[in-house]
Design a protein around this ligand. Structure first.
Ligand code: GDD
Ligand code: MN
Length: 351
């Protein structure tokens, strides 16, 4: 009995995400049913680009240069730096501004109260009809800004975020990202995805104001805001032509993964009760299951298999261990343990 129970749990653990992935993959390969709208340069909307910064003296100059390289008309861009640094970030910004006098840049200084809070402070000063938030430690691939704006020109679309290309992190991170980006795009083609990225999050200004700005009580202000918008019936999408690069930290990599996972789980917990449009429900609830419950079936199943004492069970576990040399499988298993640890850790710290 233990053998069959264990087998069943492991089978469910593997089959649900696999089947889901295959279904989403078929959608990811189909054309979009909604489109981005071509806008003449002269009619592009004004955008307010918010960069929250906490001790980003090493990143901020490259970040500001990268934004100017986007080819968006400069007179349509308002930059807002919402800073809580104790390092030289402010000095660097002022120095950069003295070299770029034509740029409309507002610098806001406030106490460190978290990223969501910094975004909301900046939102009060934002004049653009489109709000774009972006982390200092990320870069945009060329034309991502204008592409995001064109998607938002479709009245069905409320929010746009980016596909992510990691810089550093190695083959495990690469394998994980490939799978992950396919899911984001496929889900977006059906209705909306469930994970959104602070590296580039573009949202209609009146929309973000109508929901009271960004949440300040959880880490994943980005993902929660996207799910909130999708729950209102608007599309919150990640298209393939909006692309960010993010630096993957070389030290503290595991801690960084755990923190990300904690934030994402917080977003699921906070958004699970929101009423959702019917096309979005299967995506949202399958993902919620895959993140919150499915990971636990793996260790429980493995323990039952071991406890059964059956040779078949030992053989299966041995096969699983050997498969760990295959990087996509290793990435998957690692992610399961990160999710479980993150869930437990959320019980005592939200950071
Ligand atoms: N002003 C201010 N105050 N800025 C902050 C604060 C704060 O208390 N905390 C973080 N920031 C800034 C950072 O300087 C950076 O530009 C951006 O917010 C993101 O912070 P990171 O420290 O780089 O966060 P991360 O990479 O671990 O988090 C990622 O995932 C989060 C959700 O889990 C990012 O994508 C975040 O945007 C995202 O919310
Ligand atoms: Mn970061």
């Amino acid at each position: 009995q233990l053998l069959y129970m264990g087998l069943l749990l492991v089978l469910i653990h593997v089959a649900v995400p696999l089947i889901y992935y295959i279904i989403i993959l078929t959608y990811a390969r189909r054309p979009w049913l909604i489109n981005s709208i071509n806008v003449n340069d002269g009619e592009l909307p004004a955008v307010s680009i918010i960069i929250p910064t906490y001790n980003e003296e090493n990143m901020i100059l490259g970040k500001l240069d990268n934004i100017l390289e986007q080819n968006y008309p400069l007179d349509k861009i308002q930059l807002i730096i919402s800073d809580s640094s104790s390092d030289n970030t402010q000095v660097k910004v002022e120095e950069w501004l003295s070299r770029h006098r034509g740029v409309n840049l507002s610098y806001i200084k406030g106490p460190r109260m978290g990223k969501g809070h910094a975004l909301n402070k900046a939102l009060e000063a934002a004049s653009g009809s489109i709000i774009v938030t972006t982390d200092a430690d990320s870069l945009w691939v060329k034309d991502s800004l204008i592409n995001a704006v064109k998607w938002l020109s479709n009245e069905q679309v409320g929010l746009v975020s980016c596909v992510k290309v990691p810089r550093g992190g190695g083959s495990t991170e690469d394998a994980y990202r490939r799978l992950y980006n396919t899911l984001r795009i496929g889900e977006s083609k059906i209705h909306s995805t469930v994970v959104f990225h602070g590296e580039l999050l573009a949202v209609k200004g009146d929309l973000i104001r109508s929901i009271g700005g960004f949440p300040t009580d959880i880490g994943a202000d980005d993902s929660y805001t996207g799910v909130r918008v999708a729950s209102m019936g608007l599309r919150a999408v990640i298209p393939e032509n909006v692309v960010c690069m993010e630096y993957v930290p070389s030290n503290g990599y595991s801690r960084w993964r755990v923190r990300r996972a904690q934030h994402l789980l917080q977003s699921f917990m906070k958004s699970i009760k929101l009423p959702k449009p019917s096309n979005y429900k299967p995506i949202y609830y399958t993902e919620a299951y895959i993140h919150l419950m499915n990971p636990w079936l793996l260790p429980i199943g493995a323990i039952l298999l071991l406890a059964s004492g059956s040779l078949w069970a030992y053989a299966l576990i041995a096969v699983g261990l050997v498969l760990l040399v295959w990087s996509p499988f290793r990435a998957w298993v690692t992610q399961q343990f990160i999710l479980m640890y993150a869930m437990v850790r959320n019980l005592w710290t939200k950071e």
